[in-house]
Design a protein around this ligand. Structure first.
Ligand SMILES: Cc1cc2nc3c(=O)[nH]c(=O)nc-3n(C[C@H](O)[C@H](O)[C@H](O)COP(=O)(O)O)c2cc1C
Length: 433
């Protein structure tokens, strides 16, 4: 009989885990409750630290965004954002609060990691990243996964932290080319990453590939990375991600030497996921033709999303005084540039201000208006029941996790059918708000 994921375990520092890791999904799409379910079930759950101060305001009653906005509001009409800076104490405290609250609620044998997207350069890449990592480490995070925009010097930023060697540190790469220099630098610190996530071109969020992403495939890159490590006598667990939709997909990688798998899209339609219910229904409804990889993200990386994401093609004013997570070390963001270009054009020619080529990622992700997803989002409808009113039945994270863990032969186990429509819940949610 074909194996299932449960036949495997990931052994890390003498402890065994169910080899399923739920990936980080910013901005608070992979919520603490979602990550906590993975940990409770013996796997590893990621929270994300993207837009930490904003998430903290929403969850922990701080008012970091307002404080920053008050300080810089005189700058809102200026196209120059170079003076808009984050208070490092605030950044660290936001990371601390999110991680501390999550860790205090942790049950079971699994672990909680935080996804740190380095491309959120916050007008001061080194110091803000250091503050984010230190905040998480001080709050007792089990591990940190460094993603998108990986810098060779990142590990050194926290090398003097007392938890530098006890916090699990991992990286996400999409090629041997990106991995090689990172490992060289890590060797100098005598601190190799504890795991390497290899993300293929079918993943959600930002891609580590160019617009020629379709010419690559996860299995090939995964095998190349495993081979590269072997050739260099490096024993580091490798974790594939991107398009692993069934437990059997995962088993294929485990048999090729994967230590675990990282999955995300299947969980976007779980009750614990941070997306609003209406957005979850859009993920269920998606057809293959609705999924695009485009360049509207001002980070410079291609990003996969649903074409009907309401945040595409708007012309909202940049909100860097309150947010400003994408500003590079010179205070530039590609959306700010695109917006100013269109502003100038409409001032001359009239007409409505629309920015087609870029999106204001901070505001739109914060408001759940960019529906980023993995390529196989259009298969989500096959993982549940369609209800009489046409809506789809939501799943629990536990159901999805266990389906990955115990399914064989590419079967997807449907949940027990309920009669409560998620549309009803969505309406109730709105009334309550
Ligand atoms: C809605 C969504 C948001 C994501 N956000 C992030 C992110 O903020 N940082 C990151 O490194 N990866 C992000 N990802 C990528 C996932 O962590 C994961 O590696 C990938 O999506 C796995 O592929 P799958 O979705 O096909 O299972 C995101 C994925 C999704 C679906």
């Amino acid at each position: 009989m074909m194996k299932m994921v449960d036949d495997f375990r990931w052994k890390l520092r003498q402890k065994e885990y169910v080899p399923i890791m739920t990936g980080g999904m910013g901005v608070d799409i992979s919520t603490a409750s979602l990550a906590l379910e993975s940990a409770r079930l013996g796997g590893i759950g990621h929270i994300s630290d993207a837009m930490g101060p904003t998430v903290s305001d929403r969850r922990y009653e701080t008012n970091f965004v307002q404080q920053k906005y008050q300080k810089y509001k005189a700058n809102t009409s200026s196209s120059n954002k170079s003076q808009v800076h984050f208070d490092l104490k605030m950044v660290e405290e936001a990371a601390f609060l999110h991680v501390d609250n999550t860790m205090n609620a942790k049950r079971g044998e699994g672990m909680i990691f935080v996804n740190c997207m380095e491309k959120l350069s916050m007008n001061n890449p080194r110091d803000t990243l250091k503050a984010r990592m230190a905040g998480a480490m001080n709050a007792g995070i089990d591990g940190i996964t460094l993603s998108a925009g990986l810098h060779l010097g990142t590990m050194a930023l926290v090398s003097d932290h007392p938890r530098f060697r006890d916090t699990f540190l991992g990286i996400i790469v999409s090629s041997v080319r990106a991995l090689r220099p990172f490992l060289k630098r890590a060797a100098k610190l005598d601190r190799m990453p504890d795991y390497i996530v290899v993300e293929g071109p079918l993943a959600g969020g930002h891609l580590g590939f160019g617009m020629d992403w379709a010419e690559y495939d996860l299995k090939t890159v995964f095998v190349e990375v495993v081979q590269f490590l072997k050739d260099n006598d490096l024993d580091i667990p490798v974790i594939p991600a991107g398009g692993i939709f069934t437990g059997s997909d995962a088993v294929e990688y485990m048999e090729l030497g994967a230590a675990a798998v990282q999955v995300a899209t299947r969980f976007t339609v779980s009750e614990e996921c941070g997306l609003p219910n209406r957005a979850k229904q859009k993920y269920f409804e998606a057809l293959e033709k609705d999924v695009v990889v485009n360049q509207v993200s001002p980070t410079g990386y291609p990003m996969r999303m649903l074409t009907n994401s309401p945040g595409i093609g708007q012309g909202i004013r940049p909100n860097c005084e309150a947010f400003g997570y994408i500003l590079d070390s010179d205070g530039h963001c590609a959306y700010v540039d695109a917006y100013n270009r269109e502003l100038e054009r409409t001032q001359k020619e009239g007409g409505k201000l629309i920015v087609e080529d870029k999106t204001c990622l901070c505001t739109q992700m914060r408001n759940f208006k960019i529906w980023t997803c993995g390529h196989y989002v259009y298969r989500l409808k096959d993982t549940t029941h369609q209800l009489e009113d046409g809506s789809y039945q939501m799943l629990t994270a536990e159901h999805i996790f266990k389906d990955y863990q115990f399914s064989r032969d590419h079967q997807v186990k449907l949940p027990e059918k309920t009669t409560i429509s998620p549309q009803t819940t969505a309406v109730a949610e709105e009334v309550a708000a």
